[in-house]
Every structure is written in structure tokens, then in C-alpha cells.
Design a protein around this ligand. Structure first.
Ligand code: BDR
Ligand code: CA
Length: 322
């Protein structure tokens, strides 16, 4: 199998951690490195969390780079109310020491693009690192294969304001810059599709019967997130946005959408809103592929089978888990 080279840019974060778990269990991917930016938690904490997840569940030595600590212009607003003070559901795991963490996320992105052909980027957090890298060396992005961004909202309400999704709301200037300057179309994996991906108590109950450390970890980190969803939205379970971006990168059949021009509102009452010009009022070349539909069951089967490969039979045959 021809592996595809990827950089995962993220802000772990509970659902980012689940996305990393999916990525490290996906043979289609060659992960060249992980970069973090500030979003759910400050960039350095995100890197420590990524390192913790990788050390516990992967034998591979994937480099993790801390990227930008602050959005381009706005003050940083994290989502520690949603993901916990520690970004991993307030389990306060003993994360690895500083010496394992590298710095220079933006330069890593640039150098990796320059030194490799066909590198794709899966961005699971605010687009600060990507915007900075683009500003510094736009030419390097000629080697970019595909760009997937979890972010934005088209026909669905936001999760930070009535119209704005968190990743674009945290750094709207970066998001808008990337939409307007990236030489490739952005696959916008927005809330229209990710809100359909719910980790339910049924699924958690099921994986706990598989008796694996990974199930324990998923249960621990999602507890806080589930409480948040109940208090905030009256949902039992939690929406796991980021793994869908990884899954979609691997399997295009999981989602569908349409090409459009997109820009992001930088300030004011609609700050962070992704304006999708689906009726082509602006007469601008499409810069995005906006996802509108997903097969949430197919996603969940894929997710569970990859995370628990020795239990595929049970996942296929146990009724009513998904
Ligand atoms: C996005 O915001 C973050 O809280 C999640 O990790 C995800 O990337 C969803 O709006
Ligand atoms: Ca994220």
C-alpha cells in the first residue's frame, strides 16, 4: 500500500486525541510529524497531551512540535471549560517532560513541505500555524498535496456563537488568510458533518467490555466532555469532531459536499463565521470543498475497528451499539 505523507496540526484536546489515535492506527498514513497550536489548550500543553497519547498507545517515534502560542491578532481564548483544565478531561495524567518536546512548529511545516513532495496537512485546530507558515514561505506550499481543515459551519449553528465554529472563531484572521491564500482547495470538514459523530454511552459501554487499556483511556478522557455536552446542549454522549477529518482523508466515501468560495469573518458580531458562497454571488473561483453529508455509522464502524482491531468480529456482530 502506498502510504500518504501527512502532518497533523492540532490542539489536543479530547477529540484531537481521538483523531490521533485513529491516525496512528491507520496504515494508509505516514505521519511525518505533529504540530500543535493554541486552541483548546495552550500549544505547549497540547504538545504534551499529544506526546502522552502517543507514548501510551504507539511504538512509533513521531516528532511533536509546539507551534504558535497565540492567534494572529486576537487574544487567546481556550476551551478548557469543554476539554478540562488539562485538555484531557481533568485526569491530570503525568505527561512527559519538556525534553521530549520540540519547538518551531511553523518551521517544521515549511521544511517538511520543502523537502517532500505530496505532503498533506490535516488541521484539527485553529489555523494559526498554517497561516504563519504561508506568510513566511508561500512557495513551500506548492508541494502541498491536500489540505483538510476541521472547522467552520455552513448550514448549521455554531458552537461558539450562533454562527461561528470554535477553530475559526479562535483565530478568524488566520482562517481567513488561509482560505484566501492557500494554493490548494481546502476540504472544509465543518460542524455540518462533525456534529453527526456522537460517541454515545452505548459505544462506551461496549468498548469497556473489550477489556483494553485504550477503552479505559477513552472513557476517562470523554467523561468530562460528556458532562459538558449534557449541561450545555442536553445531549447524552459527546460530539467527536476531529476524528472525522482523519477518516475522511483516508476514505472519501464517508462524506460528500460541493465546491464553493469560502471566506471567514474576521471581527464583529459574526466573527469566525465561515461564509460559504453556495449561490456564487461573489463570482469568485471556488477555494474549498465544503462537506455537507456524512455516513456517521460507517465512520463509527471504521473508528472502532481501527482502534480495536482484535475485536472486529464483535464490533460487526454486536447489535445496537452504533
Ligand atoms: C473543534 O473545536 C475544538 O474544541 C475541537 O477539538 C474541534 O477541533 C470543534 O468546533
Ligand atoms: Ca481540535
Amino acid at each position: 500500500m502506498q502510504k500518504r505523507k501527512v502532518i497533523i496540526d492540532c490542539d489536543p484536546g479530547i477529540d484531537d486525541s481521538l483523531a490521533l489515535l485513529l491516525a496512528i492506527n491507520s496504515p494508509e498514513l505516514e505521519i511525518l510529524g505533529i504540530t500543535t497550536c493554541s486552541g483548546n489548550v495552550p500549544a505547549k500543553m497540547g504538545a504534551e497531551n499529544a506526546l502522552y497519547t502517543l507514548h501510551r498507545f504507539s511504538n512509533e517515534n513521531i516528532n511533536i512540535y509546539v507551534g504558535e502560542e497565540n492567534p494572529l491578532k486576537r487574544e487567546l481564548v481556550t476551551a478548557q471549560d469543554t476539554h478540562g483544565e488539562d485538555g484531557l478531561g481533568e485526569n491530570f495524567y503525568k505527561t512527559s517532560t519538556n525534553k521530549n518536546i520540540k519547538y518551531g512548529g511553523v518551521d517544521f511545516i515549511i521544511e517538511t513541505l520543502k523537502n517532500n513532495k505530496d505532503v498533506s496537512i490535516i488541521a484539527l485546530g485553529p489555523l494559526t500555524n498554517i497561516a504563519k507558515a504561508l506568510m513566511k514561505d508561500k512557495k513551500a506550499f506548492n508541494n502541498l498535496d491536500e489540505f483538510i481543515s476541521m472547522g467552520g459551519a455552513f448550514r448549521i449553528h455554531g458552537n461558539c456563537s450562533p454562527v461561528a465554529e470554535f477553530n475559526y472563531w479562535v483565530d478568524p484572521h488566520a482562517a481567513d488568510y488561509v482560505y484566501k491564500n492557500l494554493p490548494k482547495k481546502i476540504h472544509m470538514v465543518g460542524l455540518d458533518v462533525t456534529r453527526k459523530i456522537v460517541l454515545t454511552p452505548n459505544i462506551i459501554e461496549f468498548i469497556n467490555r473489550l477489556d483494553e487499556d485504550l477503552a479505559k483511556y477513552i472513557t476517562e478522557i470523554t467523561r468530562f466532555y460528556i458532562d459538558f455536552h449534557w449541561e450545555q446542549e442536553g445531549i447524552i454522549g459527546c460530539v467527536i469532531n476531529d476524528p472525522l477529518a482523519v477518516a475522511y482523508f483516508i476514505d472519501r466515501n464517508l462524506c460528500s459536499g460541493f465546491e464553493s468560495y469560502v471566506e471567514v469573518v474576521e471581527d464583529g458580531v459574526a466573527m469566525g463565521q465561515s461564509i460559504v458562497d453556495s449561490f456564487n454571488f461573489y463570482k469568485k473561483e471556488p477555494n474549498s470543498f465544503v462537506l455537507t453529508q456524512t455516513n456517521e455509522k460507517e465512520f463509527m464502524y471504521m473508528f472502532l475497528k481501527r482502534l480495536f482491531p482484535s475485536h472486529v468480529d464483535k464490533i460487526n456482530t454486536t447489535g445496537g451499539i452504533i
